[in-house]
Ligand binder design. Structure first.
Ligand code: DGJ
Length: 722
């Protein structure tokens, strides 16, 4: 996987599909030579072209052709002639500037370690690691570049460690990687959006200048995802080059792609340098969060599948990673805060009769919480609502044959709470300024060890108090300020310290309760990122539960994240967010196509026929969920008015095809959809069509979609091998 060629001091990293090449120049500069389709040879004939470029600064007197600005650099400090976005910036008594020179390297089997942060993993047979030390003599700073190669998974994990020597220094910026590419004709793919409209798949041609996405919210955010891909302009599902980069982190981040006047592209990802700095005393180190890089020339479907597989088998640590997920009912949109034990049990009873397997009790079960203005932090059960406590309720739900799950929002504190009255200093705030509210709540200062200990203890004891097998971990506001308790020079460390505190909490709780399936949430997908997914294999994708609204959210999320990580529920009509009335069949089909399936509506208020339909949906989902959650996923033909997908199980004996047409049209053209992933020689039966087909017919000729004059129309066809 990793080779070092001593004669030309070249490092060549190879995965199943790509090569990544670096070289040490005569002056000890580490340059980037190649990233792209795998080559088995990178010979001495492949030389760097040096040219005299106007205004290009040179560190070598008399050599006007050598300039950092014109080279592809592996990791670049500022102040020495490279004017592009710097990878790293330090502030110390020597002024700015880092002259990073190659010092030494190490190659070993297995994955590099990352203390206190989520990161990918793999066995010694699957992963090999290269560490390269770069050294700046003036400041006595060592920058270690870490590369773990996942050969068959086709990924490269990156991180950077900065170590101070005899002098203290302050890190103002350190990205997890930057990469220089010798072309600029890319389209940038990213996942943007907003609250209730998360993960909008955005494609932006890279022109001159810089494309940047970032968050300073103390969370990755609804409006952006720590992910960026550079693709060929004419990429399709099945062909074209695409380079992708992820950050395994849930806090402030920055991802960018910029073109240089010499028509190169530099791109990268890492901690956001806004509101960040980190003090290193003598001999201390700092390590960046992990970034993941991949490449394929097989188009978007290959990127998606590599990404799903890597996340599932090398990043999600939960024992639930590929276990089938229970079908759940969540009471949020059924009752909001207004429930009693009796109401919950009525709902649970109907749910159990339909075959639903898990009841999730959402917000409002603790403290004196009857609306969103109080009690966050008071993690003890509200006996007025639940006289038999959580233990009693969970037992009654278990008696109905269902498991029991519970909602928490542990990082928050309400001003109207016992916790705030006791520990006002645990909330993030600034003396002399009014608190900044969001949903009437403040954020706990997780940079304080005692606050994290309180969360571990209070959540832990609730989890021990009842047979709870599922936790929904919510976070309903962003962080606006930094605690004034911190000294001036530590204040900009706060955001990262918060994340380290959160990760410690999650590490402890998920390790202590391995039988619990954790779902992350932040008002829907406000923190749906790989940092959270390391601990929690599922995420509530959006507070938008409208089936049609979900189409783009699910499509964007599944572009990179595994389908079984996407919580997708059938909700009531008219829909609570947009007022739309969609047929129950379409709500079911779209939620099933979303991944981890469930319901979120008052089943007790439905007609008998609707309950019968739901019972059928639940039974159908049970027969296909292994295929949906762990099968191969393909996006099929789509337009702004239609979407279709197919899931195919491992031995290609079952496939689930879904087609949705949003609005009916007059004189509509027929729509032919070609399926993918089937065995061409196998004959499949489809009970919904009462027909049989060979795989090659379905894939090459395709199926003609029904022509129906109805809005929000959908079909689900299940193909089983005969
Ligand atoms: C936001 C979540 O996204 C909702 O599903 C629900 O859990 C509410 N919070 C409860 O406050």
């Amino acid at each position: 996987m990793i080779k070092f060629f001593a004669e030309n001091r070249l490092f060549h990293l190879q995965t199943r599909e790509f090569s990544y090449v670096m070289q040490v120049l005569e002056n000890e500069q580490l340059v980037h030579r190649y990233f792209g389709k795998k080559v088995n040879h990178f010979g001495t004939g492949n030389k760097i072209t040096y040219l005299d470029r106007a205004f290009a600064p040179s560190p070598i007197s008399g050599d006007r052709t050598f300039s950092l600005e014109a080279l592809s650099l592996e990791y670049s400090g500022n102040g020495l002639g490279d004017f592009r976005m710097a990878s790293v910036e330090l502030r110390n008594e020597f002024g700015v500037g880092l002259d990073l020179k190659f010092q030494t390297y190490r190659i070993y089997k297995g994955k590099f370690a990352l203390e206190g942060l989520p990161s990918s993993f793999g066995s010694e047979d699957e992963v090999e690691t290269l560490e390269i030390d770069l050294y700046d003599a003036l400041t006595d700073v060592t920058v270690t570049l870490l590369y773990s190669v996942f050969e068959s998974a086709n990924f490269l994990a990156r991180s950077v460690k900065i170590t101070a020597g005899e002098h203290a220094t302050t890190i103002e910026k350190c990205l997890s990687f930057t990469l220089d590419m010798p072309r600029k004709d890319f389209v940038v793919h990213s996942l943007m959006g907003r609250y209730a409209y998360e993960k909008e798949w955005t494609q932006t041609p890279l022109t001159s200048g810089r494309y940047e996405i970032s968050s300073v919210r103390g969370a990755s955010g609804h409006a952006q995802t720590p992910f960026l891909a550079l693709a060929d302009e004419r990429i399709t599902e099945d062909s074209g080059e695409i380079y992708s980069g992820h950050l395994v982190y849930s806090g402030n981040f920055k991802a960018f792609a910029e073109t240089s006047p010499l028509h190169y592209t530099r791109w990268g990802i890492g901690l956001n340098d806004q509101a960040f700095s980190w003090r290193l005393e003598e001999h201390q180190s700092f390590q960046t969060p992990e970034a993941l890089i991949s490449y394929t020339d097989q188009g978007l479907a290959a990127m998606t599948q590599d990404s799903h597989n890597f996340i599932k088998y090398h990043l999600v640590r939960s024992p639930f990673v590929d276990k089938v997920r229970p079908i759940l009912i969540n009471n949020w949109e059924a009752t909001y805060f207004d429930f009693t034990e009796e109401k919950i049990l009525e709902l649970a009873k109907v749910a159990s009769q339909t075959g639903i397997e898990l009841f999730v009790l959402d917000d409002g079960w603790f403290g004196r919480r009857n609306d969103d203005e109080s009690s966050l932090g008071d993690w003890f059960v509200n006996r007025q609502k639940l006289p038999n406590g959580l233990g009693g309720l969970a037992q009654s739900i278990n008696d109905l044959g269902m498991e029991f799950g519970l909602w928490f929002e542990p990082e928050m504190i309400s001003i109207n709470s016992d916790l705030y009255r006791k520990h006002p200093d645990w909330a993030i705030g600034i003396t002399g300024r009014d608190p900044i509210y969001s949903r009437e709540q403040l954020v706990l200062d997780l940079s304080q060890e005692q606050v994290c200990d309180y969360i571990i203890e209070s959540v832990g004891s609730i989890l021990e108090s009842a047979p709870i097998t599922y936790v929904k971990w919510d976070m309903n506001r962003n962080i606006t300020s930094m605690p004034e308790r911190l000294a001036n020079n530590e204040r900009y460390e706060f955001h990262h310290r918060y994340m380290l505190g959160l990760y410690r909490i999650l590490e402890e709780l998920t390790t202590r309760f391995p039988h619990i399936l954790f779902e992350s949430c932040s008002g829907g997908g406000g923190r749906n990122d790989l940092g959270m997914m390391y601990y929690m294999p599922q995420a509530w994708a959006s507070d938008n539960t409208d089936a049609i609204g979900r189409l783009s959210i699910q499509e964007g999320t599944s572009l990179i994240y595994p389908v079984n990580s996407i919580g997708a529920h059938v909700s009531a009509v008219p829909n609570h967010q947009v007022g739309r009335v969609t047929p129950l069949e379409t709500r079911g089909n779209i939620a099933m196509m979303g991944g981890a399936f469930g319901y979120e509506l008052d089943l007790t208020s439905l007609e008998k026929e609707e309950i019968e339909e739901i019972t059928e949906q639940v039974a159908t989902y049970k027969s296909i969920r292994q295929t949906i959650q762990n099968g191969q996923f393909y996006r099929l033909a789509r337009t702004s008015n239609t979407q279709s997908t197919i899931y195919v199980n491992e031995d290609r004996s079952q496939a689930v095809f879904t087609f949705v047409k949003i609005l009916a049209q007059p004189e509509a053209p027929l729509i032919q959809v070609r399926l993918k992933g089937l065995d061409p020689e196998v004959q499949y039966s489809c009970s919904q069509l009462n027909e049989t087909f060979y795989g090659d017919e379905l894939m090459n000729i395709g199926l003609t979609m029904p022509s129906v004059q109805k809005d929000y129309f959908s079909v689900q066809y299940i193909f089983n091998k005969i």
